[in-house]
Design a protein around this ligand. Structure first.
Ligand code: PMP
Length: 427
């Protein structure tokens, strides 16, 4: 495949956009090469500026659960746009989508819309702090909750209880209030509670981690987490920005039967427009301004185009009784096919999958947390990535990412993908 025009466009972009991109992972830094410039996308396919076609396993990092240019979403946005694009005043459609989301997701009475997953998680911890009157939060190493200061914290040196910033610009003060635990390790959470009595407002977690590759919770982990939070009067926040409306209508809460106190959304809930949301029972949500003391706001929050896209998306998901069954079947078929060809090619690998989220790690150990994910072989991933790209398969340009399947994917596409993996991993 040739990438002449993409390469040229990237050179032009680098002159006026830092690193040429508006979000770092798009830049192919960890796999090398220049990013592909998309011209258009339809269903399961991407078409780039050089005329190449790809089967898309990124799907805008999750939102396109039903495929690109999904007609009900596109039409809803076009129709809305004709009536004005933003008012900064209430509109009926905000209540419609809120009511639908509340009816689909367990344990929530009210929801507030924002513009990104970052905003949703940032606002959720402020609300948790306001509600509990406590200041510290626990997050898990390897979980990503957007780029707000409190979450850009990596492992602490020395005293493991205190995080250190992993980006300049995040203050030590902020890092001090973010405590780090290990995913799937309940003891690490219990220890933090013991070391910080009555100081922890909330624990925030991706109920299925998707930002260290796909790492599902081990049996009993989320249940224990719920229990530990209850015992310590801390709120449990599920960051369902990836899993919400993707793993089930009601997300991970429904799938695992665990009730979170606050739930964060993004990606699918906006149908591909910039939307995030956070939700909880009324008692918690009514702590928000204008009824409560915790401030949170947004000029474009509840934007009519975004709400139209989100409403069309959630309606389609809600009305399709077989959607999650189909996604599970496609995921299982892909997993089986990948396993067979990778075994045949004598690769050492681990595949983690839940429904339509799947990752291939090139390592021998089980991947259950950030440390084990980090052992996956990076050079091997690079050649895997480029081998697939050359064959028209677009996966995320980093081994720490999840593949997102779309319902638009056909079994023919999946067979083509398995064949491409077979060829790309031949020794
Ligand atoms: N939480 C999770 C679990 C995410 O995966 C992401 C984005 N990948 C975010 C939060 C941040 O969302 P956004 O990029 O929309 O700000």
């Amino acid at each position: 495949m040739l990438y002449q025009r993409s390469s040229q466009l990237f050179i032009e972009a680098e002159k006026v956009i830092p690193g040429g991109v508006n979000s770092p992972v798009r830049a192919f830094k960890s796999v090398g090469g220049t990013p592909i410039y998309v011209k258009e996308a339809k269903g399961a396919y991407l078409f780039d500026e050089d005329g190449n076609k790809y089967i898309d396993y990124i799907n805008s990092w999750g939102p396109m659960l039903l495929g690109h240019s999904y007609p009900p979403v596109v039409n809803a946005v076009i129709e809305k746009a004709k009536k004005g694009t933003s008012f900064g005043m209430p509109t009926e459609i905000e209540t419609e989508i809120a009511a639908l989301a509340v009816s689909m997701v367990p344990n929530i009475d009210k929801i507030r819309f924002v513009n990104s997953g970052t905003e949703a998680c940032m606002s959720a911890i402020r609300l948790a702090r306001g509600f509990t009157g406590k200041e510290k939060i626990i997050k898990f190493r390897g979980c990503y909750h957007g780029h707000s200061d409190s979450f850009l914290i990596s492992a602490g040196s020395g005293l493991s209880t205190f995080g250190v910033p992993n980006s300049p610009g995040v203050t030590k003060g902020t890092a001090h209030d973010t405590l780090l635990a290990d995913y799937n390790n309940i003891e690490s959470v219990k220890n933090l509670f013991l070391e910080n009595p009555d100081e922890i407002a909330c624990v925030i977690i991706e109920p299925v981690a998707g930002n260290m590759g796909c790492v599902p919770p081990i049996e009993g982990f989320l249940e224990s987490l719920r229990k530990v939070c209850n015992e310590n009067k801390a709120l449990l926040i599920f960051d369902e920005v990836m899993t919400g409306f993707r793993l089930a209508k009601g997300g991970a809460q429904e799938l695992f039967g665990i009730a979170a106190d606050i739930v964060c959304f993004g990606k699918v809930i906006g149908g591909g427009l910039p939307v995030g949301a956070f939700a909880a029972r009324a008692e918690i949500m009514d702590y928000l301004a204008p009824v409560g003391p915790v401030y949170q706001a947004g000029t474009l929050s509840g934007n009519p185009l975004a709400m139209a896209a989100g409403l069309a998306m959630l309606t389609a998901i809600n009305e399709d009784e077989k959607l999650f069954e189909r996604l599970e079947e496609k995921g299982a078929y892909l997993e089986k096919g990948l396993t067979e060809v990778l075994l045949k090619n004598n690769r050492k690998f681990v595949i983690n999958r839940i429904g339509s989220m799947i990752s291939v790690f090139f390592c021998e150990n089980n991947v259950v947390d950030f440390n084990s994910a980090a052992k996956a072989d990076t050079p091997e991933f690079k050649s895997f990535f480029h081998g697939l790209l050359q064959r028209g398969i677009y996966i995320a340009p980093s081994s720490y990412e999840t593949w997102f399947l779309t319902d638009a994917l056909t079994y023919e596409d999946i067979n083509f993908t398995i064949e491409a993996v077979a060829l790309a991993t031949q020794s």
